[in-house]
Design a protein around this ligand. Structure first.
Ligand code: GRF
Length: 207
């Protein structure tokens, strides 16, 4: 199947296991893409060490004065770096900030996120803990296009996992992450193959 080799810019604040799953798919030859640059807002974040192990350029950008959003000078700098690396698709992978119209308008319909819950249930922080505390019997994860809301953009793929009686937040999150690492590369594969059509709130996967 014909694909356009995507140039990905990955933004992350944490350990980078989702970035790792995307890079693993690229190296396995199952995803026609390249991670051109990894950007973090957290000095020393694990995602930088993972990037270095794969010879991917990684850098920290100071996001001050904001703590929970990407805006202002930091947003300008992130966009500049993404453009400098010819990025066409922005992948949020454990990026603990709300992105604003500046980034979204710079990459229209080209910003993706993975959320650790079955949206629209449990948006925001620690979706797996929210599911557990609510008493949900099924949890999961969602890959979606990013819009100006919080975890509210059109859904691309979802995967469900059971919530077990003896789950802790850690065991449930680990089960969800197995699925994250499967569906995030898959969603990017569909994008690379030009098989995602946004129709209003719905994303249709075309043949
Ligand atoms: C994942 O659970 C993801 O869904 C959420 O943050 C976590 C990031 O994990 N947005 P990692 O940094 O990819 O390991």
């Amino acid at each position: 199947m014909a694909t356009n080799k995507l140039k990905l810019g990955v933004l992350g604040s944490g350990s980078g296991s989702n970035m790792q799953s995307i890079q693993d798919a690229i190296e396995a030859g199952t995803l026609d893409a390249e991670i051109a640059v990894v950007i973090t807002d957290v000095p020393g974040a694990g995602i930088l060490a993972r990037a270095a192990r794969h010879n991917i350029k990684g850098l920290w950008i100071d996001h001050a004065p904001f703590k929970t959003k990407l805006e202002g000078k930091a947003e300008d700098e992130v966009i500049r770096v993404l453009r400098e690396h010819s990025v066409d698709t922005v992948v949020l992978a454990g990026y603990m900030r709300v992105v604003k119209p500046g980034l979204l308008n710079a990459f229209p319909q080209r910003v993706l996120n993975i959320h650790p819950a079955l949206l629209p249930a449990f948006p925001g922080l620690h979706g797996w803990t929210q599911a557990l505390e609510y008493g949900a019997k099924v949890a999961g994860c969602t890959v979606h296009f990013v819009d100006t809301g919080i975890d509210s953009g059109p859904i691309i793929l979802q995967a469900a996992v059971p919530v077990l009686d003896d789950d802790t937040p850690e065991t449930l999150h680990a089960r969800i992450q197995v699925e994250e690492h499967r569906i995030y590369p898959e969603a990017i594969r569909l994008l690379a193959a030009d098989r995602l059509e946004i129709r209003g709130r719905r994303v249709i996967v075309t043949d």
